[in-house]
Design a binder for this molecule. Structure first.
Ligand code: NAD
Ligand code: TDX
Length: 359
């Protein structure tokens, strides 16, 4: 039996990863450590809990809490750590940077220290996979489409979120260099798919279309992101976990760049088709609002390393996956209800009270 400590497993990517892990592997035990912040939703792993009651353990706790993390390593023979837990939203980091430092930097260091202490004698069998992000590289210009970031590109993060992820990324690297700690880092582009909290662009727009809310595009909508379907990301993580080399960094991207405005047009058409509404209905709600401060223009990753080493590639046709994602949000009413009150409501109120009148 192999035991994985997955942190942030009630969040978007973590929950998709746990589901995939149980689909692909037998004889595994997953310990999911999650603080259940506004972004963590127990419904995201409800099916896993029901299907694998003996192989799944949930621990409600904070990655920055030394005692909790120490107890987990004491109580379970953890073979590998897959560290997703983070404050993950750029806009929130602009409003509350200290929280991002605590969770993303201190939390990662507590995990590193504790794993190091408990793993001393079995180093070779263990892996610590840190889920970093493409945002650590900073922004690319819009007028040089051939430029992409590879794993050697310098780190030039811009937002407090990206800087906190970069700080943790460097700490993970330092544990490998200094102690030989068995760490691997992945840096992924923007994910989309089921179970994503509707503060990130795609689910926010889908939810707002369903709810008849305005569709706020920051600035001119010309910013470009590289979108990857969450399952493709999770499959890449399994490859890296099993075949990756310690001390190495792997970019994971969708090779699928699109501007926010274009994306919103495509989404409007898909939601309109699936709800049998005229697309003009949604397009008239598109509202250009004050830009995000320090808004990165473009992200794009060179993923040749992971493609060449593991033969990994994305499996999807973007528009097919977008359609599936829209359908998921339309069909999962209970999930929508669970996020609709509370943080989502508070989030859109804050967005609109802060932004629309400023334009
Ligand atoms: P998310 O916000 O959906 O989920 C984060 C999870 O971490 C939640 O379940 C939350 O409850 C938990 N958490 C937060 N603080 C915690 C703490 N102190 N202790 C324990 N648990 C805590 O995030 P996501 O989009 O699933 O991202 C997961 C990871 O992947 C993050 O590290 C993020 O930086 C990285 N990443 C995300 C994307 C993306 O597009 N979403 C892209 C690249 C990298
Ligand atoms: O209401 C909005 N309007 C808008 O125009 C929101 C929420 C976003 N945007 C823009 C900002 C970005 O250019 O859409 C783009 C995507 O925004 P987000 O979904 O907030 O993602 P981004 O800022 O690109 O960061 C994401 O990618 C890398 C994730 O949130 C990070 O966790 C990940 O590390």
């Amino acid at each position: 039996m192999k035991t994985y400590l997955v942190t942030g497993g009630c969040g978007f990517i973590g929950s998709n990863f746990i589901r995939l892990l149980f689909e692909k592997e037998t004889n595994v035990h997953v310990v999911n450590l999650d603080a259940l912040t506004y972004a963590g939703n127990p419904l995201n792993v409800q099916d896993v809990k029901e299907k694998f009651p003996d192989n799944y353990t949930f621990i409600h706790g904070d990655v920055a809490d030394q005692q909790v993390v120490d107890e987990i390593f004491h109580n379970y023979q953890i073979n590998s750590v897959v560290h997703f837990a983070a404050e993950s939203h750029v806009d929130r980091s602009i409003q509350e940077p200290l929280l991002f430092i605590r969770t993303n930097v201190l939390g990662t260091t507590v995990l590193l220290n504790t794993a190091m202490k408990h793993w001393k004698e079995q180093w070779e069998k263990n892996r610590f996979l840190y889920i970093s992000t493409d945002e650590v590289y900073g922004s690319l210009p819009l007028d040089q489409p051939e430029k992409k970031f590879d794993e050697e590109s310098p780190l030039q993060p811009n937002s407090p979120y990206a800087s906190s992820k970069a700080a943790a990324d460097l700490l993970v690297q330092s544990y490998y260099t200094t102690y030989g700690f068995p760490a691997i880092i992945t840096r992924c582009s923007n994910n989309f798919g089921p179970f994503q909290f509707p503060e990130k662009l795609i689910p926010l727009m889908i939810m707002n279309m369903i709810e008849g809310q305005p569709l706020p595009i920051y600035g001119k909508g010309e910013n470009i992101r590289d979108w990857i379907y969450v399952q493709d990301h999770c499959e890449a993580l399994l490859e890296v976990l099993h075949h990756g080399k310690t001390g190495e960094i792997y970019n994971i991207g969708g090779s699928n760049e699109i501007s926010n405005s274009e994306l919103l047009n495509v989404l409007s058409e898909i939601v309109a088709e699936q709800t049998q509404v005229n697309p003009d209905e949604y397009e008239k709600h598109i509202t250009f609002v004050k830009d995000r401060p320090g808004h990165d223009l473009r992200y794009a990753l060179d993923c040749s390393k992971i493609q060449n080493k593991f033969g990994w590639n994305t499996s999807f046709d973007f528009s097919v996956r977008l359609k599936e994602t829209v359908r998921w949000y339309l069909e999962n009413e209970n999930w929508i209800l669970s996020v609709k009150t509370g943080a989502y409501q508070e989030w859109i109120e804050r967005q609109y009270s802060n932004r629309l009148e400023d334009v």
